[in-house]
Design a protein around this ligand. Structure first.
Ligand SMILES: Cc1cc2nc3c(=O)[nH]c(=O)nc-3n(C[C@H](O)[C@H](O)[C@H](O)COP(=O)(O)O)c2cc1C
Length: 336
């Protein structure tokens, strides 16, 4: 790709991909691969990184790929490239998640603000302060998700209690599933690794409120001493269908919501554990979404307490490990 042909140069593509891989992913598995074609960047799901016990429906995997796809779109937009995305372009290749064509544009202030939020975003699993999240922020988050075709349900009263109960119930179910616990032990509480959830980003086991967060292995993250609140909003992301396309769109919406929240100075964390247990997902669908759609993920969002320090950045695999080696190969029909 060269500038002369009106396409981004190598450095621009790698910069955009470096932003894309900052996307959140379930257990930081980073289940994606990239191929750079002549005019198109391709995203593939890396099924070797699928968490079979934690994520039997592959929903978290598709959500993670959707988040990476949206991060790529945001990165390219800020670098001066708009995108035309073809999602799941080849039914015979379900792991081909998207192909992204680019064309020149002038970045907007919003493009730049969202891209700047990428490197500041963290999954914050600590308690949140009791300060209310202003409605304008909730609206901005919901609008960002709606632009990706996803509805956000703000929960309070009985609906919120349903989510809290489901988070707790899911942790009880998972606590008795050896295969789930094995994946948790393999992928979380790590110290030196390019993937997985680092110990320093995971709460000390038993310290966090089990109604609000997944219990990770061997965490060392402490809550700020002065905090006993566990407030914030619980937002449920719903789609009208329940296929891989919907999950992908929900992942893009999750990314849009997270970056919007981060840009507003809010703390946030995706929460999918209750939706990984089939009967609990049905309860959320019936009691929170009134059977109107399918819950794909839950977002906890709020203000970090004043005493909470910054969270460390989580690691990512080097770009060369996730870009397929035939990068720059002569274009063929299926790689164009
Ligand atoms: C689909 C999906 C599901 C997730 N589920 C949870 C969860 O249930 N609990 C949690 O604490 N974090 C969850 N996360 C957050 C990831 O663990 C986190 O994104 C990853 O470790 C990388 O860290 P970072 O977000 O700080 O960059 C989820 C992320 C994604 C994309």
């Amino acid at each position: 790709m060269t500038m002369e042909r009106g396409l981004p140069d190598d450095k621009t593509v790698r910069t955009a991909l470096a932003l894309a891989v900052r996307a959140p992913s379930v257990h930081n598995t980073q289940p994606w691969r990239w191929r750079i074609g002549d005019r198109t960047i391709h995203l593939y799901a890396d099924l070797s990184r699928h968490l079979e016990s934690t994520d039997p429906d592959r929903r978290d995997l598709m959500l993670s790929c959707g988040a990476a796809l949206h991060h790529l779109r945001v990165g390219l937009a800020a670098l001066g490239w708009s995108t035309a995305v073809h999602r799941l372009p080849d039914p015979s290749q379900p792991d081909h998640v998207a192909s992204v064509e680019v064309s020149r544009h002038t970045p907007t202030d919003e493009d730049i603000a969202l891209a700047a939020a990428i490197s500041r975003r963290r999954s914050d699993r600590r308690r949140y302060s009791s300060w209310p999240v202003p409605n304008a922020h909730i609206r901005a988050i919901s609008d960002a998700a709606a632009r990706e075709g996803v509805l956000v349900y703000q929960t309070d009263g009985p609906a919120r209690a349903t989510i809290e109960d489901a988070v707790f119930a899911a942790s009880q179910v998972h606590a008795n599933e050896p295969e789930y616990l094995t994946e948790l032990a393999i992928w979380t509480g790590r110290n030196v690794s390019a993937d997985g959830v680092p110990a320093k980003n995971a709460p000390v086991p038993g310290s966090s409120d089990p109604s609000y967060t997944r219990q990770f292995a061997a965490g060392t993250l402490a809550d700020p001493v002065s905090t006993d609140e566990s407030a914030g909003e619980l937002l449920v992301f719903g789609t009208s269908s329940d296929d891989p396309m919907s999950q992908l769109r929900a992942g893009e919406a999750m990314s849009a919501a997270l970056l919007t929240a981060t840009a507003a100075g809010l703390a946030a964390c995706p929460l999918t554990e209750p939706l990984e247990v089939s009967h609990l997902r049905t309860i959320v669908r019936t009691d929170v979404l009134d059977d109107n759609g399918f819950p794909q993920m839950i977002l906890r969002v709020g203000w970090a307490p004043i005493a909470a320090g910054p969270l460390p950045e989580t690691p990512r695999r080097p770009l060369d490990e996730v870009i397929d080696p035939f990068d720059r190969a002569p274009a063929t029909a299926d790689r164009a």
